[in-house]
Design a protein around this ligand. Structure first.
Ligand SMILES: [Ca+2]
Ligand SMILES: [Ca+2]
Length: 424
């Protein structure tokens, strides 16, 4: 739910909860409660007039500076006060995972993940570090030895729930803490015969906490979290020992009116893109044009909306020219099966673009696992050009309601990358 569109300006970002239930409740038991809307502080005035929007496709991508530096997945390093990472044994890819939830994970065959896992190059893929900017770190058996407690960027102690502002313990707090865990599991859950199967069981996850206990995110916290995740300096914060090439943002800005990308978020996205990191964001869940949202409407963001198993746009899924491609994100009655241990824990079937984006992030991490020097622009090109066309050529009868080039196709994306020496 949101406030009615009015002159009210909302500063916070919101997790793309969709109809994600509160912990311990089934998806049909409730709707997400209304989120409180913090007032705009006087220190962040908006310009009197907004600049005219520029067509997204007329703008060049920011190119990495110089030749991208190969980053061959060093061992994960933990910050001093964080729980130590267990031995980072590389995960293995099962062609048909024996994880009990695998047979319910319908999104995996839809995007042809098992076919991608079977490729010899993927079986030999290098570990890739992914940052999940979300509700924070959870000690998860699915990510044992492959996830680190990154940094807590929630600066408002009243919303942090851990008694202070920013600190080096990114542990998730509060009823939404499972959100980041679920996103990370979609990307990277182990193929280990228990729980669920992730897209890249060899990926390493850095949890960057940007959401408070209320599920909201302040723009300055997101901006600093973005920079830190990619290895850029942030004043007052120790440098990230595990810079990520992929940054998953299953969240959106709740600005009203929703007219454009926030310039502060855009600047951060441009900086991390120039650093060689790709920002992958959910399109948001209002059934509206994603172009007015942050980060979904920002340039250089790979914006992902949600489609059903049949390639149709669910009513909640945002759309438009800023959407690059789609991935399965479920619908009411047919959610994305996930498991978590945070909160009440257990198996859930949520839906929302929160779930679609990490499918793309997971596949992007497979691409970097076989072609470690692919640039953000190359990753975007591979993922969008290999997407499976929607039935009849569109995800929605209304042409303006675009879902991008098609539905994510892991097998085709991997084969495209492997057929080229690009990024080798
Ligand atoms: Ca804190
Ligand atoms: Ca598992």
């Amino acid at each position: 739910m949101r406030a009615t569109p009015s002159a009210l300006l909302c500063l916070g970002l919101t997790l793309l909860l969709g109809s994600l239930p509160a912990p311990g409740l089934t998806s049909s038991a409730l709707t997400i409660p209304a989120l409180t809307i913090p007032a705009l502080p006087p220190t962040t005035p908006l310009p009197d007039t907004l600049p005219p929007s520029t067509p997204l496709d007329a703008l060049p991508e920011i190119l990495p500076i110089g030749t991208p530096t190969p980053r061959p997945a060093p061992p994960l390093m933990t910050a001093p006060v964080n729980p130590p990472a267990a031995s980072a044994a590389p995960g293995t890819f099962a062609r048909t995972p024996s994880d009990p939830l695998f047979t319910r994970q319908w999104t995996l065959p839809v995007i042809r993940a098992p076919q991608a896992w079977a490729l010899p190059a993927v079986q030999a893929a290098q570990p890739v570090t992914v940052a999940v900017l979300d509700t924070g770190f959870v000690t998860s058996p699915e990510l044992a030895g492959r996830a680190v407690n990154g940094f807590d960027f929630v600066s408002d102690p009243a919303r942090a729930g851990d008694g202070d502002g920013r600190d080096a313990d990114s542990s998730g707090v509060g009823p939404y803490a499972y959100h980041g865990e679920v996103v990370a599991n979609i990307i990277a859950a182990a193929h280990d015969g228990r729980g669920m199967a992730g897209l890249n069981p060899r990926a390493r996850v850095v949890h960057v906490r940007v959401a408070g206990t209320d599920g909201q995110i302040d723009v300055p916290d997101l901006v600093d979290g973005l920079k830190w995740a990619a290895g850029l300096p942030v004043p007052g914060v120790p440098s990230n020992p595990n810079p990520a090439r992929l940054l998953n943002l299953s969240l959106f800005a709740d600005f009203i009116p929703l007219t454009r990308c926030d310039p502060r978020v855009q600047a951060a996205v441009n900086a991390v893109t120039a650093r060689g990191a790709l920002v992958i964001a959910g399109a948001a869940n209002d059934g509206a044009d994603a172009g007015g949202y942050s980060p979904a409407g920002c340039r250089n963001v790979l914006t992902v909306t949600s489609v059903t198993a049949q390639g149709a746009r669910p009513a909640y899924a945002n759309w438009g020219r800023s959407v690059a491609l789609a991935a399965p994100g479920g619908e009411v009655g047919h959610g994305v099966t996930v498991s978590s241990v945070s909160g009440a824990g257990g198996v859930r079937d949520p839906n929302g673009t929160s779930l679609a984006a990490p499918h793309v992030t997971g596949v992007a991490s497979l691409l970097l696992g076989v072609r470690p020097n692919l640039t953000p622009a190359s990753l975007r090109r591979i993922l969008t050009t290999t997407a499976a066309p929607f039935p009849g050529g569109h995800c929605d009868p209304q042409p303006a309601r675009s879902c991008g080039t098609g539905t994510l196709n892991a097998e085709a994306a991997l084969n495209s990358a492997l057929s080229s020496s690009l990024g080798k």
